[in-house]
Design a protein around this ligand. Structure first.
Ligand code: SF4
Length: 68
């Protein structure tokens, strides 16, 4: 198991902070909401510090994924 970041689309307000800080991980979709398009575009530490910890509505989190 490994973990990867995801955005709760029901909570995101589209402020763009995560996209600005980590453009290789997050982008805004056609509804103006953030998506994690490449969970491996930055280190887990950077995702935690530059996205999860600074999201104003705390809608970015980790989920466990299977690598098998
Ligand atoms: S920082 Fe949070 S609220 Fe802002 S765009 Fe990213 S996920 Fe959405």
């Amino acid at each position: 198991m490994t973990k990867e970041a995801f955005v709760d689309q029901n909570m995101c307000i589209g402020c763009g902070i995560c996209v600005k800080n980590l453009p290789d991980v997050f982008h805004l979709n056609d509804r103006g909401l953030a998506e994690c398009f490449d969970p491996r575009g930055a280190t887990e530490e950077d995702i935690q510090l530059q996205a999860i910890d600074v999201c104003p509505v705390t809608c970015i989190g980790w989920r466990e994924t299977c690598v098998c």
